[in-house]
Design a binder for this molecule. Structure first.
Ligand SMILES: [Zn+2]
Length: 247
């Protein structure tokens, strides 16, 4: 059995990849979602047996997801262009937390927490160059799903055993879902787009996080980051206090 352990930043296409892998492996794949309590085993790797492939979900919010160096574990690290990621996540957040869209301080905290999370995620999963991981960028998954699935199969050493060239699999990968809804949007089409706040976010994101390979989008805008920086400082202090209480 091969354990595919997903370490993904929210909104970077985990469930899209899940649907694609289901269409490739069918009933030979078991999906284990860590966040839904009744669903499966809440352990990594998954304890369920009897399948060829297990795919698990984790956003590693508390950074406790273990790094297991075993031949049977392949980490699938998913991420996306930073501004798209945060706008998409903010949109989702505001849908489930009505009223927060008009609260600027709530937005500042949201952005600060994203910077703290991304900084840790990049360090642990993206720039660490783990040997048993494969990186799947959202843009590649949406733009060329067949190539992404093929590269995962190569890393699983299954490329000569699993045929994805059938019309059924290909149609599932490419048009089974309406891929157009995953394609790039204009930032301004997000209701949550605030040019000043997002420019502050980008400026601090690239200053704090090394190894970001996406180009900056608002580098031409000179913006003072004092407002978000002060909230970021407060959130970092709070996080340190909470973590020292837990230890
Ligand atoms: Zn499980």
């Amino acid at each position: 059995m091969i354990n595919l352990v997903g370490a993904s930043i929210p909104r970077s296409g985990h469930h899209l990849l899940e649907r694609m892998l289901r269409s490739v492996f069918g009933p030979r794949l078991h999906y284990c979602e860590y966040y839904n309590i009744p669903d499966c085993c809440r352990s990594i790797p998954c304890k369920t047996g009897g399948f060829d492939v297990v795919f698990q979900k984790s956003h590693d919010f508390d950074f406790n997801l273990p790094i297991i160096l075993s031949d049977s574990v392949l980490y699938i690290v998913q991420y996306r262009e930073p501004i798209e990621t945060v706008l998409s996540d903010r949109e989702l957040f505001c849908k489930s937390n009505p009223g927060s869209e008009i609260n600027r301080f709530n937005y500042l905290i949201f952005l600060a927490d994203h910077i703290i999370y991304n900084k840790r995620f990049y360090k642990k999963w993206i720039t660490s160059q783990m040997v048993n991981s494969i990186h799947v960028r959202y843009e590649e998954l949406v733009g060329n799903p067949v190539a992404v699935i093929q590269s995962i199969l190569v890393r699983m050493q299954l490329s000569s055993y699993v045929d994805i060239s059938s019309d059924k699999v290909l149609s599932n990968l490419q048009v089974g879902d309406d891929m157009s809804k995953y394609k790039k949007k204009n930032y301004s089409s997000y209701k949550q787009f605030d040019r000043n706040l997002i420019s502050q976010y980008e400026s601090i994101f690239y200053r704090e996080i090394s190894g970001v390979t996406y180009p900056m989008k608002f580098s031409d805008i000179l913006v003072s980051t004092d407002e978000l920086d002060s909230v970021l400082f407060q959130r970092e202090v709070l996080l340190q206090q909470m973590e020292s209480l837990q230890n």
